[in-house]
Write a new protein. Structure first.
Length: 231
């Protein structure tokens, strides 16, 4: 009986050896690949956390520079941040802050440069949209209408689509293109929630162009009231 078991064990061992000889390398390399991928993922997560922590520190430095009113220090801090942590959301937030600070100080070109960087480099659609809307406003002030329209053309995230239409309306109105401006303002009006205060401003713009966006709704309400009274 013992010899029979020994023979069975030997056969199993031989089968295992044969199996390993045939597939051992494949299994080993597959295991190495999986473990390497796992290690790389952990390393990437650590790198991201480390980058975010360092970027947060530098973002605070940009904020301090803004509070001090030192434009040169703002530029240095932002340049360093763009160079080292340009892909982080902290850098993009810092770019928007710097753009506002430069604009408030009357340095429009520096503001445009900061907004351009965010619009071109940001991986966040929201920050990119904000930068483009603000940049279009600066270009509109400069009467660079074609460039301004280019910034607010194309697709925008849903939350910013109405604001982009409103800005296109501003640019077209400044060019004297009344019908095109009206169409864009109407898109903006319809796209904004009625609870949003900015919708009232778009309504004022439409009124200035001789359009009452509430007229259609008033007619529907009156028709509904009449229908209800006739029942």
């Amino acid at each position: 009986m013992a010899k029979h078991l020994d023979l069975e064990e030997q056969e199993q061992l031989d089968e295992l050896k044969h199996f390993w000889k045939q597939y051992g390398n494949l299994i080993t390399w597959s295991l190495i690949a999986v473990l390497s991928a796992f290690a790389a993922w952990n390393g990437y997560q650590y790198w991201q956390r480390n980058q975010a922590a360092q970027a947060a520190v530098m973002y605070e430095e940009v904020e301090r520079a803004l509070q001090s009113g030192d434009s040169a220090r703002v530029d240095r801090s932002l340049a360093d941040m763009k160079d080292r942590f340009g892909r982080t959301t902290y850098a993009q937030q810092a770019g928007l802050l710097a753009a506002r600070a430069h604009y408030d100080k009357g340095n429009v070109e520096a503001s445009r440069a900061a907004l351009n960087w965010v619009a071109e480099k940001s991986s966040d659609e929201g920050y990119q949209a904000i930068a483009k809307l603000r940049l279009a406003g600066l270009l509109l002030d400069k009467k660079a209408y074609d460039e301004a329209l280019q910034q607010v053309s194309g697709n925008f995230p849903k939350d910013f689509a109405a604001l982009a239409a409103d800005r296109r309306g501003d640019i077209l109105a400044a060019q004297g293109k009344k019908s095109e401006a009206t169409a864009e303002y109407e898109k903006a009006y319809k796209g904004l929630d009625e609870r949003v205060e900015y919708r009232r401003l778009v309504e004022v713009k439409l009124n200035a162009l001789g359009v009452d966006p509430t007229a259609g709704q008033a007619q529907l309400t009156a028709a509904a009231s009449t229908a209800g009274a006739n029942k």
